[in-house]
Design a protein around this ligand. Structure first.
Ligand SMILES: [Zn+2]
Length: 451
């Protein structure tokens, strides 16, 4: 048993419950915390003494979620304070924020330093920052790393220029090489621009703007082509590649083959690709639009196979578009994505359990794997001695219904309104401090740190 501050076996706080590691089923155990870090993990009867004890009985005690993919600045009206408040409520204790901000894409060391200052002022939980790769010009990876970037992010397809530009093949390779030299991972949104733009034009020309027009405009081939090109460049440059928003088991297979060939590649998907499908898109249209689109049920099942095999990270791709950007009859004109950082853990817990998979999968795909990719492991991502005491307690049997009015994102809708969920976040600690208790966020802006 590791000693915390003061006498051996005496700690600031002891948390008891069914503790979830990433490799084994939950066991009744005690997590001892001192100075904001995990000082020891022992069995339930461990003689830990502490100033404060929190006994959660049969509730699950999980590592705080590391959400590697949040867009707090893409939709006007959110920002890091709102995004990290929603995160705290949902058991997300580390947010990695994307750089495609409406106030200006974060692609320079100066821009990154400015955003880091905002994070230190506004954030309720810890924040890591991605920096963008622009379509042309030098990629200052070493300078961005020195300024605090945890990685670079780019898209192979133009989404919303100049805020969210697409990057061509040569610039992508240059970015990979620069990032590899600087020791930074690169997150890539992979869709083939030529195929997608052609698909959108064809749907428009035919006058089709319903939900399935979006699916047809971005077929599986557009993801697979872009993924294959990214993997080739990754092998050429030795970069740590992180493929984001992956919707297809075939993409995971390509990544696995590249890994066997020496590539350093990880694959990320999002809850919506696991929890909903193309029928949901057909039914809900703009509200269910995301890029790439929701896929047919057979692809969703393939993605679950990859998830169960431990080959994926899961991240929210949270973006707080207001309802007016997510409604109307023209799916092709609507914004892609939606709010999700607060619901990711409870929804994924419910789905994992419904499929009979062990909850330890959650610790792996929501905490350990993304923490490793962001270079934050072992400080973040696991309930281990010496790690930050980022702990989320979830009551696995509490039943509740999603209602956007009770969530913390400042928009008047949720993709999951009306969903009945089993499993509720009841307590969240971040670096040993309670940031949310019984659904009430208790942390103040400025307590989060830039990582
Ligand atoms: Zn995204």
């Amino acid at each position: 048993v590791g000693a915390g501050a003061g006498a051996a076996g005496y700690f600031d706080l002891v948390v008891r419950g069914r503790v979830v590691g990433s490799g084994a089923p939950p066991i009744h155990a005690a997590v001892a915390i001192s100075g904001g870090r995990i000082a020891a993990v022992g069995d339930r009867e461990a003689g830990f003494e502490a100033d404060e004890e929190l006994d959660f009985g049969d509730c699950l005690v999980l590592p705080g979620v590391v959400d590697a993919h949040v867009h707090s600045g893409s939709a006007p009206g959110e920002g890091l304070e709102h995004a990290t408040r929603a995160a705290a409520a949902g058991g997300v204790t580390t947010v990695a924020d994307m750089p495609f901000d409406v106030g200006g894409t974060i692609a320079s060391p100066e821009g990154l330093v400015r955003k880091a200052a905002v994070a230190e002022r506004e954030a309720l939980v810890d924040v890591a920052l991605w920096a963008a790769v622009l379509p042309s010009g030098p990629v200052p990876a070493a300078e961005l790393s020195a300024a605090g970037a945890r990685g670079l992010a780019l898209s192979t397809i133009t989404v919303d220029p100049p805020r969210y530009p697409g990057v061509g093949e040569a610039q992508m390779q240059a970015a990979f090489a620069a990032a590899a030299a600087a020791g930074l991972p690169v997150a890539v949104h992979a869709e083939d621009e030529d195929l997608v733009f052609g698909g959108i034009a064809a749907e428009r020309a035919a006058g089709r703007v319903d939900g399935l027009a979006h699916a047809r405009s971005r077929p599986p081939e557009s993801e697979l082509l872009a993924v294959a090109r990214c993997l080739r460049s990754a092998r050429l440059t030795g970069v740590a590649l992180h493929l984001t928003e992956i919707t297809l088991e075939q993409s995971v297979t390509l990544a696995r083959e590249a890994r066997r060939g020496g590539a350093d590649v990880t694959v990320e998907t999002c809850p919506h690709y696991l929890l909903t499908d193309e029928d949901w898109l057909a039914e809900h249209g703009a509200a269910a639009k995301c890029n790439p689109p929701l896929r047919p049920r057979s692809d969703v099942e393939g993605l679950w196979r990859a998830l169960a095999a431990g080959e994926l990270c899961v991240a929210s791709d949270h973006v707080a578009w207001p309802r007016e950007r997510k409604s109307g009859g023209d799916v092709l004109a609507a914004a892609g994505g939606g709010p999700g950082v607060e619901l990711m853990l409870p929804l994924m817990h419910d789905a994992v359990r419904a499929r009979g998979l062990g909850v330890e999968l959650l610790a792996r795909v929501l905490a350990e794997a993304p923490a490793r990719r962001l270079g934050l492991w072992p400080r973040k991502g696991g309930l281990r001695r010496g790690a930050d005491a980022d702990v989320v307690v979830l009551d696995p049997d509490a039943a509740w219904t999603v209602d956007h009015r009770r969530l913390h994102t400042p928009v008047d809708w949720s993709p999951y309104d009306g969903w009945e969920v089993r499993g509720r976040v009841v307590h969240v600690l971040a670096r040993g401090e309670t940031v949310c208790a019984d659904g009430v966020v208790t942390a103040a802006p400025g307590r989060g740190q830039q990582l």
